[in-house]
Design a protein around this ligand. Structure first.
Ligand code: SAH
Length: 246
């Protein structure tokens, strides 16, 4: 017969080792999927060099993107691809745009530290974080509530506490905070929502992908002239998830 004390010892050991195993099993994948400071620095540099290869050299944009830990906005299973020039799934059928597109759109907005900017389609929160590296006046609307909640958590945990987030249909913009110097729509609309046009400040710029659901879409830049008229310009063919309505 094994004395009770020994049993307890053994039992304690099993408990201790199973909790050790638990930690090994839980911790290892997380460790493997996260980045050391050096790895992250190298991955960001590589991402920026790919963006430069497109001919994009806007210092403000590159510096902003250089300061955001993109992997924090990407689901764990895709983390190793965070800094690759590719869109990634973020759940609910949505995607975080590829770094080059984020860079191109950020550059085109021509923001300064005093610009007030509205984003439609918060998604992971990554684009909002990049914008917040340039201006403290960032507003972002997301229609899928759980995505918004997750983005809020990620943004807060990473120090982006000034970004104003709202759950709702971005088709209507954010009238109480208008006018905006810049509006960036990160989902493709069938037409340009009139409420967004009316929330654009004089000399303001709006970037919006327009086109068919999952068909050809173009990134359109709309500027509001001082006389209140609008000018639009087709920048390039793009592919975005659709802007949906409630
Ligand atoms: N900018 C995001 C990527 C957005 S993907 C990022 O950096 O991760 C497009 C997002 O637009 C999705 O999250 C989708 O839910 C959201 N969306 C689609 N229609 C919308 C609408 N009407 N109003 C607000 N958000 C919308």
């Amino acid at each position: 017969m094994i004395p009770i004390k020994t049993l307890m010892h053994r039992f304690g050991f099993i408990l201790a080792s199973s909790s050790l195993l638990y930690h090994i099993f839980i911790a290892v994948p997380t460790l493997a999927d996260s980045f050391t400071v050096e790895e992250q620095g190298a991955a960001i540099e590589k991402m920026l060099s790919v963006i430069r290869r497109y001919g994009l050299n806007d210092a403000k944009t590159l510096e902003a993107m250089g300061r955001v830990s993109r992997h924090k906005f990407v689901p764990e299973k895709y983390r190793k691809y965070s800094y690759s020039d590719t869109p990634l799934k973020i759940g609910y059928g949505q995607t975080i745009s590829q770094p080059y597109i984020v860079a191109e759109m950020t550059k085109q907005l021509q923001l300064s530290a005093t610009s007030k900017v509205l984003e439609i389609g918060t998604g992971s929160g990554y684009q909002a974080a990049v914008l917040a590296e340039i201006t403290p006046h960032v507003y972002s609307v997301e229609i899928i509530e759980p995505l918004l909640k997750k983005a809020r958590k990620t943004l807060t945990e990473n120090g982006y506490t000034d970004i104003r987030l709202r759950h709702g249909d971005g088709y209507y913009g954010w009238p109480e905070a208008a006018p905006f110097d810049a509006i960036i729509v990160t989902c493709a609309a069938g037409h340009i929502p009139p409420p967004l046009l009316s929330q654009l400040a004089s000399n303001g710029r709006m970037l919006i992908p327009v086109g068919k659901r999952f068909g050809t879409q173009y990134l359109i830049m709309v500027t509001k002239n001082t006389d209140g008229s609008f000018t639009s310009k087709n920048l390039m063919a793009v592919r975005f998830v659709p802007l949906v309505r409630k």
